[in-house]
Design a protein around this ligand. Structure first.
Ligand SMILES: *Cc1c(COP(=O)(O)O)cnc(C)c1O
Length: 450
């Protein structure tokens, strides 16, 4: 369960706790908060705030650790990064260099992945509503696999592949009706969630699909939910999947591949984060002896800890409660207002670690009551206008969910890599926003003629 927005000051981790569990972050006595060794105040001074920071080494370290967990068990595993969590070209290129493919949920993501040099054979297409144009593009590029979410989509894919003169590889995305024990808004594998094909139905459908000429079913896919913290729901879901593989084979059909989805959670607050080894262990135990090609689709676990959102205090507002108003808002980082999610918020100044703290409500400037990052959260009692703060673990579902609500342009993005850093997306300007709009001539004609 993700922690509710009101912090519990009694159990919130302290700043030293937050540092201890995040190897990419250090507090330097002179330079303040460092991310991958680079002082954040230097970046803020150079490019302004709010600013998204991504750490390349953190991403590589996690990509390797996840792969190593499966290698340690001699379990061959295809890795498809769920790029909806973080879709910047730099991120995709780093992961490609680490041997990862991608899990996409739109034609736009496919275009981005191809542009980053990811081979079609490394692309899996998930998602509950793929348009004809998106399916056609997937078929034409001959991507590894389309994870089909409904009977209707299966037949539509067959038709589209026939029109292209191709045979598309597909897997049935099964809804195993398992409660991932996560936030309602990120649960995907329960009966009644919009995702997947009901598991009893899927076995019958697998047989029916054998008669399709332009779709070849290669196996089953599942994605149980997100920010999953314990082995139980994974085990339950994968056991159900394994049963289905046996049933389908018993009916005389071949199952070559099982896609285990994503969902591995991380520590945002004080969660006991599952290890990659836990996931590898559960998959080995439940699916390891089925003689299928296995793959996973991790998003958050890889990308969340690779990012932070650097912001400056616009104003502090005394009252009951006392407010810290940051220059970042829900249009930048939507997760707290969308999922009531808890993000660590750290002072950047070196004194931040030792100053006495008090409880603040930490908000953004957007004109919505839900534009609030945290209630009753400890920050230095002397926090003032101009101070820098860092919102932690924003690398997944952070910049990708930004909007320009309140005419707040997309924030600048910076990549840190081995002590170097560079802007990887310029801050958007308001002129950019206006330039994308057109006005019918008849509206301004009235101005001309009074
Ligand atoms: C979102 C998503 C993922 C990734 O989920 P995480 O919780 O970020 O690991 C994987 N597969 C599918 C189909 C998804 O929709």
């Amino acid at each position: 369960m993700s922690a509710p927005l009101p912090s519990d000051p009694a159990t919130d981790p302290s700043f030293p706790d937050m540092l201890e569990t995040r190897p990419s972050l250090k507090m330097d006595a002179r330079d303040g908060l460092l991310f991958e060794g680079v002082p954040l105040h230097v970046i803020a001074a150079a490019v302004g705030t709010p600013c998204w920071i991504t750490g390349a080494e953190t991403l590589r370290r996690r990509a390797k650790a996840l792969r190593a967990a499966f290698e340690a068990r001699n379990l061959p595993m295809n890795m498809h990064f769920a790029m909806k969590s973080q879709d910047h070209q730099a991120t995709l290129i780093i992961l490609r260099q680490c041997g990862y493919g991608v899990d996409i949920v739109s034609g736009g993501e496919m275009q981005r992945a191809l542009h980053a040099g990811i081979q079609p054979s490394g692309i899996v297409f998930s998602g509950v509503g793929k348009s004809d144009a998106e399916l056609r593009a997937a078929v034409e590029h001959d991507i590894a696999q389309v994870n089909v979410e409904s009977v209707e989509e299966l037949y539509r894919l067959d038709e589209i592949a026939r029109a292209c003169g191709r045979v598309a590889r597909a897997a049935l995305r099964v809804n195993p009706d398992v409660d991932a024990d996560t936030h309602d808004k990120i649960s995907t594998g329960r009966a009644g969630d919009k995702f997947g094909i009901e598991h009893r139905r899927a076995v019958a459908l697998y047989g029916e699909a054998a008669s399709l000429k332009n779709v070849r079913l290669v196996g089953l896919a599942v994605h149980l939910g997100s920010q999953m913290l314990t082995a139980g729901p994974f085990r339950e879901g994968y056991l159900r999947l394994a049963d289905m593989v046996r049933e389908i084979r018993a009916a005389g059909h071949s199952v070559e591949a099982v896609d285990c989805g994503g969902g591995l959670g991380i520590r945002y607050r004080d969660e006991i984060a599952p290890s990659p080894d836990m996931l590898a262990g559960v998959i080995a135990e439940t699916l390891g002896d089925l003689d299928v090609r296995l793959s996973i689709e991790p998003g958050r676990w890889l990308s969340a800890p690779t990012g932070l959102l650097l912001t400056r205090v616009i104003e502090t507002k005394a009252g009951n409660p006392d407010f810290v108003v940051l220059d970042a808002a829900m249009n930048d980082l939507a997760r707290p207002s969308l999922y009531e999610s808890w993000h660590g918020i750290m002072p950047v100044a070196p004194s931040g670690l030792t100053s006495p703290t008090k409880l603040w409500d930490i908000v953004g400037p957007v004109c919505e009551s839900s534009d609030i990052f945290a209630r009753d959260r400890a920050l230095p009692a002397d926090t003032k206008r101009g101070d820098l703060t860092a919102l932690l673990d924003t690398g997944a579902y952070g910049s990708v969910m930004s909007s320009t609500y309140n005419s707040r342009p997309f924030a600048v993005q910076v990549l840190i890599d081995n002590g170097k850093w560079e802007i990887i997306r310029q801050r958007q300007s308001v002129e950019d926003l206006i330039a994308a709009e057109t006005v019918p001539k008849w509206l301004t004609a009235k101005d001309d003629h009074g």
